[in-house]
Write a protein that binds this ligand. Structure first.
Ligand SMILES: Cc1ncc(C[n+]2csc(CCOP(=O)(O)OP(=O)(O)O)c2C)c(N)n1
Ligand SMILES: [Mg+2]
Length: 176
């Protein structure tokens, strides 16, 4: 399975009114294509579960999905006991586990194997609340820096500039 297939399978049954919280890098590129209008895209690794948990607790009637990554979770394992103590029914989180820092050069995300079931089980976290899904992406990530037209990473800047200048946003801000 690749990231695109995983995201599609998770979101297939997600109500349109769901709130999605998404990790940086490739995952956010893929989720942006699927649900741009209801996703909170973040730039700091390890923040998906804290933010998604807070939203789920504050809005129990809203379905909340988190897409965290292996690198992000491993950077912030201290969130696990907090999640375990709450486990709201309206929250589910998937860890997109490719084993590497794919969006920043491909270094391994850990230097020894991890038994996720035992790690999560140690905190009493059931698979329905936090699923770890292995993925492999064969296609290369888009380059981080590109000319303006087509530079996905600059879409926010372009959106801001076009609004300021009173004109239609160019390609990056439309993400097409
Ligand atoms: C706290 C923090 N440190 C470093 C970065 C820079 N950074 C962005 S993506 C990335 C690699 C992320 O790897 P992983 O979380 O496994 O996601 P993947 O790219 O593999 O989908 C890094 C180091 C960041 N966004 N946040
Ligand atoms: Mg990764």
């Amino acid at each position: 399975m690749n990231t695109e297939e995983l995201v599609a399978s998770v979101l297939r049954d997600a109500p349109q009114q769901s709130v999605i919280v998404c990790a940086p890098g490739r995952t956010s590129e893929v989720v942006y294509r699927a649900r741009p209008e209801c996703t909170l895209f973040i730039d700091s690794m390890g923040d998906v579960i804290p933010l998604a948990l807070g939203i789920a607790l504050a809005a129990p009637a809203v379905r909340v999905h988190g897409f965290e990554t292996d690198g992000g979770l491993l950077m912030n394992l201290s969130v696990l006991p907090v999640l375990a103590a709450q486990l709201p029914e309206n929250l589910s989180v998937v860890i997109v586990d490719n084993g590497i820092y794919e969006s920043s050069g491909g270094l391994p995300s850990r230097t020894s194997p991890i038994d996720w079931d035992r790690l999560l089980g140690a905190f009493g976290i059931p698979p329905a609340a936090l699923r770890v899904a292995g993925v492999t992406n064969d296609d290369p990530l888009p380059a981080a820096t590109k000319p303006l037209d087509g530079a996905h990473s600059s879409y926010l800047v372009e959106a801001l500039l076009s609004a300021y200048q009173g004109r239609e946003p160019r390609l990056p801000a439309r993400k097409v």
